[in-house]
Design a protein around this ligand. Sequence first.
Ligand SMILES: NC(=O)c1ccc[n+]([C@@H]2O[C@H](COP(=O)([O-])OP(=O)(O)OC[C@H]3O[C@@H](n4cnc5c(N)ncnc54)[C@H](OP(=O)(O)O)[C@@H]3O)[C@@H](O)[C@H]2O)c1
Length: 279
Amino acid sequence: MMNIGIIGYGSMGKMMLLKYLAATGIDQSGFYIANRTYDKIKNLKNAYPQLNVCASLAELAPAVDIVFICVKPLDIKTVLSGIIGSLKPSCHIVSLNSSVLFSHLERVAPNRKISKAVPSITAEVNQSVTLVCHNQLVTQTDKTELYRLLECFGSITEIPESELSLGSVITSSMPGFIGALFKVIAEEAVKHTSLPKETILKMFVETYYGTGTLLLAKAMTFSSLIERVATKGGLTEEGTEVINAQFPPIMESLFAKTLTKRKAIIEQSIIEFNTLDQQ
Ligand SMILES: NC(=O)c1ccc[n+]([C@@H]2O[C@H](COP(=O)([O-])OP(=O)(O)OC[C@H]3O[C@@H](n4cnc5c(N)ncnc54)[C@H](OP(=O)(O)O)[C@@H]3O)[C@@H](O)[C@H]2O)c1
């Protein structure tokens, strides 16, 4: 049985750990958690007595066969440098961050099996499209073991590292964009009704969920969906025309800004990793 380490108990690390621990028949003693602020994890022992709640990275590193690094990009170098000396040579390192490049991770962790696994917050309801990619040393067996652990989040899509920027915008960032979009739509909708905001929100979210389910279940294209709903001369057609005329520049700007920001994060992490060479 593999020992599984999770470093970082923020949004992603907490979601992963609690999801694994909630699975039936799981052996809590095979899980190790560490976080910079120990106070945030110290009470986990009360709910999960067999869980290994580690006071330091040094306590976690030698014990695990696979380690998920769930920290922000600028903290990855510190974490990796802190564990590399005591990890088992066979330990599979998995970064949840899509921006820090393999070539930089490998400077701190040469000759190590390294993967990236980028889930989305929708993993909480088993609906994540988790993007994965691997360095050369990751074997088919390592992939199978990793996918077995990621399966409970939803589906898994392997893509080249070079496609992670765009890929993670449309999977892991998208729930945030959808939330922002819904907020604008809901705020506009309530101006035109006396129905309570909660009713509007429920109608809206359920319709969104139903639309996604329909598209998937019937393998329907966006165009055929529009054709079915926006009948010629009807009011939906009026609305879709507004979207077609005014929405593309907004999306153009969203993709441009997001991808530029990602480039900046990648460059910042390159600077961070380059300082290692000068130390
Ligand atoms: N959030 C998402 O939807 C999402 C989706 C896909 C991928 N990701 C990626 O997942 C990673 C984590 O994101 P997040 O949203 O979970 O971040 P987060 O909520 O800010 O959590 C980061 C955690 O890392 C801990 N940490 C930082 N340095 C550490 C160290 N040296 N040793 C141990 N723990 C340390 C922090 O501890 P403290 O308690 O001391 O702050 C914090 O609990 C990021 O690289 C992100 O790009 C996030």
